[in-house]
Design a protein around this ligand. Sequence first.
Ligand code: HAM
Length: 431
Amino acid sequence: MGQKIQAVKGMNDLLPVEQKDFQLTAPLWQAFEETVARWARRFGYQQIRTPIVEQTGLFVRSIGEETDVVGKEMYTFSDSNDKLSLSLRPEGTASCLRAVVEHNLLYNGPQKLWYMGPMFRRERPQKGRYRQFHQVGIEALGFAGPDVDAEIIAMSADLWKELGISDYVTLEINCLGNREERAAHREALVAYLSSHEAKLDEDSKRRLHTNPLRVLDTKNPDLQEICNVAPRLTEYLGEESLAHYERLKAMLDGLNIAYVENPRLVRGLDYYNQTVFEWTTDKLGAQATVCGGGRYDGLIEELGGKPAPSIGFGMGIERLLLLVHEYGSLSYRTAADVYAVHQGEGADLQVMKYAQQLRAAGFDVLQHSGSQSLKAQMKKADGSGARFALIVAQNELSDGTVTLKDMQGKHEQTTVDAALLTTTLQQWKNA
Ligand code: HAM
């Protein structure tokens, strides 16, 4: 026997059933995907699908070389033919914008787009944090807001409601200002933090020169005091930024969407400005953020397109579904409507024809494969969770009849003319 090969660390299989240390299943996932597709359509967003592999330069230029995501976590390799550096996408925004610019989609006016798929980051795996994880992303391109800022936040809130997890998530918002305001704040922050450099930890010392805003994000309790009195971005916001932020808050109030203002919320990717937000939960341990996003007004231009103010968010499917699994409500069915059993020569072919007839009428039919005793097959039918059993044995075959059994016992087992198969089951199902 050959040696077993295991999946790559931090990359999960989705099975039809729960695993010991990973509760998410393919049926739950599929129900979520269907819910998301309907939800996006309800808001008038159109789907875009882009490749999983992109040129590394796309992520360096958009997410930022100094971020953890690009600096430490990307799966990067060179294409052996032309030595081009390629990376597995760590997120969806950069790829989406690359495609929009490449295909000139904004020529037809602003775009409301969504996507869903796997993303890759070489992080330390733990519950809710994986190396292959999945996101649903929303990008509203060519809209200056703040109305669209409120719209996409309301859109996320709508999905939490549908998934039954509204009570378990909290919205945090912040305003990062425009480029000039951020630069002025950054200068003041670096000066302030430099004056306390001796007290900073290694991580913060490194970030001081690469991404000083993220120093404020530190979890180190010894640094809280220094961070609490650091220059605040809010003090550097101009009239326009403040008005944008105030209008967003007024709209959220008007939509009855509760939020917490978090002046320290900065996000881990470099492309944001003005509005940023995160939905967090206290139910998943350290991996608290289930959804995050914000404005990136300069990014499309940076990627070679015409300037187009934009906003979006990404949600982690695994984190959301762990919440849904534990606390939410997303109904889905795994069992078939009908389990079809057969015995005797020729019955397998006949039952296959009946099964096709039922499928055409809208029933999900699981057909028994292989030859086993009728009793063993009925046991399988029971274990499958199917609502009904369709039985074709020698008698039925010679008489042109079928035997039907309601596995929940609500109807008497009956043998009817094969012509009545579909109508009988329809009556039973609707009774
Ligand atoms: P992000 O905050 O890096 O933003 O990721 C969005 C969400 O993806 C996170 O809130 C989290 O739920 C999930 N996530 C991230 N890393 C992992 C991981 N290793 N394992 C499991 N889940 C994870 C973005 O990616 C932006 N592109 C969002 C965006 C779209 N901003 C504007 N448009």
